[in-house]
Write a protein that binds this ligand. Structure first.
Ligand code: HEM
Ligand SMILES: *[C@@H]1O[C@H](CO)[C@@H](O)[C@H](O)[C@H]1NC(C)=O
Ligand SMILES: *[C@@H]1O[C@H](CO)[C@@H](O)[C@H](O)[C@H]1NC(C)=O
Length: 364
């Protein structure tokens, strides 16, 4: 039996037999130089001072709010600067978005990313030497995700190599592009249609500052502080022009006042390639969270050599929990299954309608 599988089976035996002191069978943790934290791989020790600092001073007690949203979005925009076919498209999750901020932040698709830069830059500067820019961006996103109830424990591997070249304009998908164009760009970067749909769970904890010039913090679903499946349902509802929307580039008619619908989300929810993948998430919290966890790990490693990285997932704090009641998807007030614009032929689960008059969603 190979050593690794021996260790794994011993660890499993210990876990299942309820051994209280498993120190003899589980690989010993190394005490870190700080004298208080420990890690299976000493390389992971470098993350504890960064974690403590960003928890206290970058995220603070804002929960699944602006900082968690901003760190997640920039992690995607950095990582997708990559092509499996064209080395000039960038080197993936490589920190280039901040290292070459002067260039990359001028791209149309990166409008608003300056907020993430201003938030993260002082911490990157302070901890440089102990963590690469590339690792910091992905680490911050993973830590931010733990604040959003419903997320499954994000893995985190350390050891990304920082960029030597910027990503060119055009690697980040835009909300006015067709589903096909977006899926082709994602596939070129190494992400399948299933990955794309899974990763868009991020839009369940998101909103727009710059799509509608007259409104900031406009959420993409009615529960932007929860990593729940409402986003996948609400994007399928029939839109209503009189509620605002579709007058801006990349925006579609919204079903609910105060909610913003991206044209890209509208299209991916209805495109024959993605509609059933999309709909499968509705009221299936376990599927959504698992698929996101897997595709997020893939996204975080684009262009990087995972074999050379160190698994430091144990440093990521425990995730916030979603209650069973919060995991239940529902039609917003006044909506029923009749308002669903279905292209997937599979049945939609039966869902309750939230009681009350038509809602207006507050901005974030
Ligand atoms: C694939 C096509 C995608 C398109 C076209 C797209 C487009 C957008 C747009 C236009 C915004 C609003 C920006 C603003 O006006 O402030 C946004 C926000 C956001 N996106 Fe995406 N996105 C995509 C995929 C993703 C992925 C894969 C992730 C993460 C894994 C992500 C995470 C976010 C987050 C967290 C926000 C909210 C940022 C905040 O509130 O500060 N997006 N996206
Ligand atoms: C970087 O790591 C070293 C060694 O663990 C530590 O002494 C130092 O304080 C760290 N720097 C910062 C800014 O945390
Ligand atoms: C659209 O919204 C307006 C304003 O709330 C409402 O009066 C109208 O009935 C809605 N139309 C549809 C088709 O739901």
């Amino acid at each position: 039996m190979a050593w690794t599988s021996l260790v794994a089976s011993l660890a499993l035996t210990a876990a299942f037999s309820g051994v209280a002191n498993a120190a003899a069978t589980i690989p010993a943790k190394h005490l870190c130089p700080d004298g208080k934290n420990s890690a299976s791989n000493p390389k992971c020790c470098a993350l504890f001072p960064v974690l403590e600092d960003i928890q206290a001073n970058m995220f603070g007690d804002s929960g699944c709010g602006d900082a968690a949203h901003a760190t997640l979005r920039v992690a995607f925009h950095d990582a997708i600067g990559f092509s499996q076919h064209n080395p000039k498209s960038g080197t993936g999750a490589d920190g280039s978005i901040f290292i070459f901020a002067e260039q990359e932040l001028s791209y149309d698709a990166n409008l608003g990313i300056a907020d993430a830069f201003n938030l993260e830059a002082p911490f990157i500067e302070k901890h440089k030497g102990n963590i690469s820019v590339a690792d910091f961006i992905q680490f911050a996103a993973a830590v931010g995700l733990t604040k959003c109830p419903g997320v499954l424990q994000p893995p985190f591997h350390l050891g990304r190599v920082d960029a030597k070249i910027p990503a060119p304009d055009g690697t980040v998908p835009e909300p006015f592009q067709s589903a096909q164009t977006i899926l082709e760009r994602m596939a070129d970067g190494g992400l399948t249609a299933a990955d794309t749909v899974a990763l868009l769970a991020s839009h369940s904890i998101a909103g727009a500052d710059d799509v509608d010039p007259d409104a900031t913090g406009v959420p993409f679903d009615s529960t932007p502080a929860l990593f729940d499946t409402q986003f996948y349902l609400e994007t399928l509802l029939v839109g209503n022009k009189t509620l605002g929307g579709s007058q801006n580039k990349g925006e579609e008619d919204t079903p609910i006042k105060g909610e913003l619908r991206l044209q890209s989300d509208f299209e991916l929810a209805r495109d024959p390639v993605t509609a059933c993948l999309w709909q499968a998430n509705v009221n299936n919290q376990a599927l959504m969270a698992f698929a996101f966890q897997q595709s997020f790990f893939k996204m975080q490693s684009l262009g990087q050599n995972v074999a050379k990285m160190t698994d430091c997932s144990e440093v990521i704090p425990a995730v916030a929990k979603l209650s069973a009641a919060q995991a239940q998807a529902f039609f917003p007030p006044t909506f029923t299954s009749k308002d669903v614009q279905k292209t997937c032929i599979l049945p939609l689960p039966h869902l309750p309608t939230k009681p009350g008059p038509a809602e207006s969603i507050p901005s974030m």
